[in-house]
Design a protein around this ligand. Sequence first.
Ligand SMILES: [Zn+2]
Length: 188
Amino acid sequence: MTETKRCPWCTDSDTLMQKYHDHEWGKLNLDEKHLYEMLVLESFQSGLSWSTVLHKRSNFRKAFNDFDLLTVAKMDETDITRLMQDSSIIRNRMKITAAINNAKMILKIEVTQGSFAQYLQQFVKTPIVHHFENTESLPTTNSVATDLARQMKKDGFSFVGPVTIYSYLQSIGLINDHLEYCVFKYHG
Ligand SMILES: [Zn+2]
């Protein structure tokens, strides 16, 4: 039996992580709702493990109305209080507030610039494919992520540091950081 070679952070014991690694991470998906969902999940991940967030993903979907931008953008203080009592998600007022704020910012960009995807592609025109051999070589951020994070902050987004934005670009496939030997590098 031949072993399927994957990036080492993805272990057999966590099927959810494996599925995410195999079919989403590093694979280009610029659907507006997906772009928003991943931005929320990445901002909630700050300070926690990705596995923790991923295992709560379906709860986040419920809590944030399936990541419907229009609905979330209308959430108010009552919703924040309700979400702060929802133990199925990560209860962090700043992150919850950021998720609502960022929905508003994406909607604003859709009006002024056509789509959030186009906005992101001003910084990354075509996906960046790195060719690292081991996890130790993977950067936590780069100049593109730093520039984009700076612009997003300027445009009113919150919880968008350069490290979060680098992870975000990986999650939506604008950066492909599968290691060279990973069989899912080009076949996600
Ligand atoms: Zn991989």
